[in-house]
Design a protein around this ligand. Structure first.
Ligand SMILES: [Zn+2]
Length: 289
């Protein structure tokens, strides 16, 4: 079982159940697979439990968790069933593991992949990824729309985008997870996992200040990627820090540098843009204003 198989199993399930609208009805989906979902007061740190009693399959979800988390937990449990992957965590899901990328067994990551594909279906995120900008602000809107966590929505957005962008999650300053867009992969730009986040990155700033505020940074392509082609790009990054997991989440937009006879300048900038930029204080990303 690999990532693509987990994704296609999720798509197949949504198609069979004729799911075409967000937010998807997770409880109904569970029911069609024979699971009865109940919200319970589970011990802290326990996201959910799956078990069978008198021939009935049950999923208990911790009602003290946020709504987005509850939805993800249910789909994660469904994934074990649909993908026929035995759960490494036994019948109960520890909440500090879900959607966390550090030292997770591969089958658990595949179940998360399945859950994310169901919560934020390709067919529904695709139009947003084409028409809207990859910003923290827009991700908040999409998170409400899909009733899914920001990291789940951000990963899905990056996966389907044709622009040059990446979503990077680091824990304790080490890159755990990076989703690069198709555009970036076509430009042969990769983000290496298990390396330190760049010292001058927004993620490093956010971690240092340990605040939930959105930090920004302008960087060189080579700061975030060791790929040779990254030298042709500059980056704009927005990052946030989640103290609980010591986790940073970065939205990184790559913009190709175009060499002109008078020197080097960014592709989409004009003299007017430069003037406006001084006034607005926004970075010079024409599409991402
Ligand atoms: Zn699991």
């Amino acid at each position: 079982m690999d990532e693509m198989q987990a994704i296609s199993a999720a798509r197949k399930l949504l198609k069979e159940q004729a799911v075409t609208q967000a937010p998807i009805n997770v409880d109904a989906l569970a029911l069609t697979l024979g699971f009865k979902v109940s919200r319970k007061d589970l011990p802290e740190g326990e996201a959910g439990i799956t078990f069978e009693r008198r021939g009935q399959k049950h999923i208990f979800v911790n009602q003290n968790d946020g709504l987005h988390r509850q939805r993800f937990t249910i789909l994660h449990e469904i994934a074990h069933h649909v993908l026929e992957l035995p759960s490494v965590h036994g019948s109960s899901v520890p909440s500090d593991e879900l959607e966390c990328f550090k030292s997770r067994p591969p089958e658990e990551v595949l179940c998360d992949t399945f859950a994310a594909e169901c919560l934020v279906p390709w067919l529904l995120i695709q139009p947003f990824a084409t028409q809207s900008d990859f910003t923290h602000e827009n991700l908040t809107v999409l998170s409400d729309f899909f009733q899914a966590s920001r990291s789940c929505v951000a990963s899905r957005f990056a996966q389907v985008s044709n622009d040059h962008l990446a979503f990077i999650v680091a824990e304790e300053g080490i890159v755990q997870y990076a989703i690069t867009s198709r555009g970036l992969r076509e430009a042969k730009i990769w983000i290496t996992k298990m390396i330190h986040i760049p010292r001058n990155s927004a993620a490093a700033k956010a971690m240092e200040l340990a605040s939930g505020q959105v930090m920004t940074a302008d960087l060189d392509g080579l700061d975030w990627s060791a790929s040779e082609n990254a030298s042709r790009f500059v980056c704009y990054e927005e990052a946030t820090y989640y103290a609980l997991k010591k986790q940073t989440q970065s939205i990184v937009l790559f913009e190709e540098i175009v060499k002109t006879s008078s020197g080097t300048k960014r592709e989409s900038r004009s003299e007017d843009d430069d003037l406006l930029e001084e006034l607005s204080g926004y970075p010079g990303w024409s599409k991402y204003r």
